[in-house]
Design a protein around this ligand. Structure first.
Ligand SMILES: NCc1[nH]cc(CCC(=O)O)c1CC(=O)O
Length: 315
């Protein structure tokens, strides 16, 4: 059986931020390299779609609330058939996907660490007392306050470029950004240092790019199968199972990191109160095949330790 593939109709949907576009271009290039039929100039179209998270720039994400702030409009476009694939930062993808949409592919994971950026200090430890940290991330703010209760955490949003500008203007003394984003934008020279996981445990799925398609779109599933990185999939499966069990979003102070060492999967997770005073951590080791169960089990342990009301501060 032969089937003619209408390549001109493979359309990738993406947010319009420079980081989202860089990730989409990486995806397009990998598709073109894997599939000669996708290597011609107009074989792959890119469609920029604005999401609610892109529109609302002046409020903390935690306040806007709701899941899928950066994904809903892309999901709707895909279900309507206007796009075939959507490229996401996995960190922004809700743990439960909408009916009819699947995640068959994650690209090889970038640096998972958070970058520390400051013109005044080399790391969290040597910031002057009372220094102001700009971050919109409850996870980052709470972990910093846990170590340095004297620091002041202020809300700080916007894309990578605008945050770098505010840092140079002295609006804040330091900020944190994902190393992965800086690397993908070619801006890693702006990182003063990279924080190891012992000091700042990253967000669930930080540094991973995921590509979704319609569950019934066999052509898209075939194209994506060639791009999937199985190790990254195992790692984010454990981390997302942990997040799902804790019923958290990227707006709750939850952090997790799964790593593969030979045939062993090791998992670390934590939850922290927004003021940084209370931290509960968990770790697990096991086989790669148990990724999902390991994340769930670690999540249940933390619920048991912290009590079900731990996240009651949630909006
Ligand atoms: N929440 C926004 C977001 N989503 C993904 C990244 C960075 C890239 C990644 O983690 O894959 C960022 C910016 C940041 O946290 O600095």
């Amino acid at each position: 059986m032969t089937k003619t593939v209408n390549t001109a109709q493979l359309t990738i949907g993406t947010r319009g931020s420079p980081l989202a576009l860089a990730q989409t271009h990486e995806t397009r290039d990998r598709l073109a390299a894997a599939w000669p039929v996708l290597a011609t100039a107009d074989a792959i179209a890119i469609q920029v779609i604005q999401t609610t998270g892109d529109l609302i720039q002046n409020r903390p994400l935690a306040e806007i609330g709701g899941k899928g702030l950066f994904t809903k409009e892309l999901d709707d476009s895909m279900l309507d058939g206007r796009i075939d694939l959507a490229v996401h930062s996995m960190k922004d993808v809700p743990t439960v996907l909408p009916d009819g949409i699947v995640l068959p592919c994650v690209l090889p994971r970038e640096d998972v660490r958070d970058a520390f950026l400051s013109l005044k200090a080399t790391g969290i430890a040597d910031l002057p007392a009372g220094a102001v940290i700009g971050t919109a991330s409850l996870r980052r703010g709470a972990q910093i306050l846990n170590r340095r209760p004297d620091l002041k955490v202020v809300n700080f949003r916007g894309n990578v470029q605008s945050r770098l500008r505010k840092l140079s203007e002295g609006v804040v003394d330091a900020t944190l950004l994902a190393m992965a984003g800086l690397n993908r934008l070619g801006l890693s020279e702006h990182a003063t240092s990279a924080l190891e996981a012992e000091e700042m445990l990253p967000a669930v799925a930080q540094g991973a790019i995921g590509i979704t398609c319609r569950a019934d779109d066999q052509r898209a599933l075939d194209f994506l199968a060639a791009l999937n990185c199985p190790q990254t999939m195992v790692r984010i499966t454990a981390e997302r199972a942990f997040l799902l069990t804790l019923d958290g979003s990227c707006r709750t102070p939850i952090a997790a990191l799964a790593e593969i060492d030979g045939g062993t999967l090791s998992f670390r997770g934590l939850i922290v109160s927004p003021d940084g005073r209370t931290i509960h951590a968990v770790s697990r080791r096991g086989s790669l095949a148990d990724a999902q169960a390991m994340g769930e089990d670690a999540g249940r342990e933390l619920i048991g330790v912290a009590g079900p009301g731990f996240f009651d501060f949630k909006a």
